[in-house]
Ligand binder design. Structure first.
Ligand code: 3PG
Ligand code: MG
Length: 395
């Protein structure tokens, strides 16, 4: 049985927490602290219950080398600022010194360990390394949902060295929305899919084609479907190798009486940077020389209507190249409609790194039911796959 932090008496205990502090950095500054803020409830729960806390995470992919740009010191400074407490820091996660710091912690104190991936043993899920990590705590809590799909030492191997182990509050919330809620959704349920590539989302489409009432397609992947339907998409991005798959999906959708929806107009230009040539076209009228980079206003209207009639919405993948303001309107408008749906009582779940980044940039995180901290992990879970780190905890 999967336990959560609520199952343990934390008073006077040292709690080892695996967090996902793999956050974007620039010039020694954290540029997006979403994952750090989302880890605070679990940390605070421990501290408020009279426990001390040891935090461990990876940052980037240093591949077993000490890469100073990927030090968790920067993250520790951000954490100290957010939690308004001093943080002890150890520059090697498995050194004797680091273990001594953990053993000497008093209730209410926090100890952050340096980047786990400075050691290859982390990604190798090495048992000896797991055992050394385990010495930092008496209770193990995994709150690193973003890393949940990786079978590594700090989230899988380490579990076997603990009698008392479970997931944290963030992990629990992620499982609730990305798994429980969509197993018994309030209907109609809509899946909104975007992004450039179909192949990374194939499993998700295949699962939802039987389960969703409405499937809305946007982003680059829409053009592969449109081309497979026989529409001339001009110079728009098409994954030729996926045309057959796209046809099969549309055929299957027809059989199960599902409703796949595609853009009816696009914002296009001669090339992504040729902003002067930007124009909107009906989907059947895209000139050979033009490529679509966002959904058009008619599509936004159509999709908005569909979304406002849905009771559960799952969104993965932006509607256009939202990083460029010229092609960001579709993603922004769809995000705004989702906040309206949420306000009117619908459950709105946002997964995927790019989609979450877009929602963050609009400051709309708090206006959705749940924005996942995991890209790959949320995709795995939504696709119905098991997560090794959950299995390691008996879930
Ligand atoms: C992520 O950001 O996707 C997670 O932190 C996992 O990182 P990884 O993709 O380098 O394993
Ligand atoms: Mg990743």
């Amino acid at each position: 049985m999967l336990k959560t932090i609520n199952n343990f008496d934390l008073k006077g205990k040292r709690v080892l927490i695996r967090v996902d502090f793999n956050v974007p950095l620039s010039n020694d500054q954290v540029t997006d602290d979403f994952r750090i803020r989302m880890a605070l409830p679990t940390i605070n729960r421990c501290l408020d219950s009279g426990a001390s806390v040891v935090l461990m995470s990876h940052l980037g992919r240093p591949k077993g080398q000490v890469v100073s740009d990927l030090s968790l010191i920067t993250v520790g400074e951000k954490l100290a600022e957010l939690i308004e407490l001093p943080i002890k820091f150890s520059d090697d996660c498995v050194s004797e010194d680091a273990r001594d710091v953990s053993l000497g912690l008093r209730p209410g104190e926090i100890h952050l360990l340096e980047n786990l991936r400075y050691h290859n043993e982390e990604t190798d899920n090495d048992p000896r390394f797991s055992e050394l990590l385990a010495k930092h705590g008496e209770i193990f809590i995994n709150d690193a949902f973003g890393t949940a799909h990786r079978p590594h030492a700090s989230n899988v191997g380490v579990s076997q060295y603990f009698l008392h182990k479970g997931i944290g509050l963030l992990f629990e919330k992620e499982l609730l929305y990305l798994s429980s809620v969509i197993k018994k959704p309030k209907r109609p349920m809509a899946l909104v899919l975007g992004g450039a590539k179909i192949d990374t989302k194939l499993k998700l489409i295949n699962k939802f084609i039987d389960e969703a009432d409405i499937i809305i397609i946007g982003g680059g992947m829409a053009f592969t479907f449109l081309k497979a339907k026989g529409i001339d998409v001009g110079g728009s991005l098409v994954d030729e190798s996926m045309l057959k798959t796209a046809s099969d999906i549309m055929e299957k959708s027809r059989r199960v009486n599902n409703r796949l929806h595609f853009p009816v107009d696009v914002i296009a230009s001669k090339s992504i940077d040729d902003i002067k040539s930007i124009k909107k076209f009906k989907i059947n009228n895209i000139p050979k020389t033009m490529s679509g980079f966002d959904i058009g206003p008619e599509t936004i209207k159509k999709y908005s209507r569909l979304l406002l009639s849905s009771k559960t919405i799952v969104w993965n993948g932006p509607m256009g190249v939202f990083e460029k303001p010229e092609y960001g309107n579709g993603t922004l408008k769809i995000a705004e409609v989702m906040t309206q749906a949420n306000e009117e009582g619908s459950v709105v779940i946002v997964g995927g790194g790019d989609t979450a980044a877009a929602v963050k940039s609009y400051n709309l995180i708090d206006k959705m039911s749940h924005v996942s901290t995991g890209g790959g992990a949320s995709l795995e879970l939504l696709s119905g796959n098991r997560l090794p780190s959950v299995e390691a905890l008996g879930g």
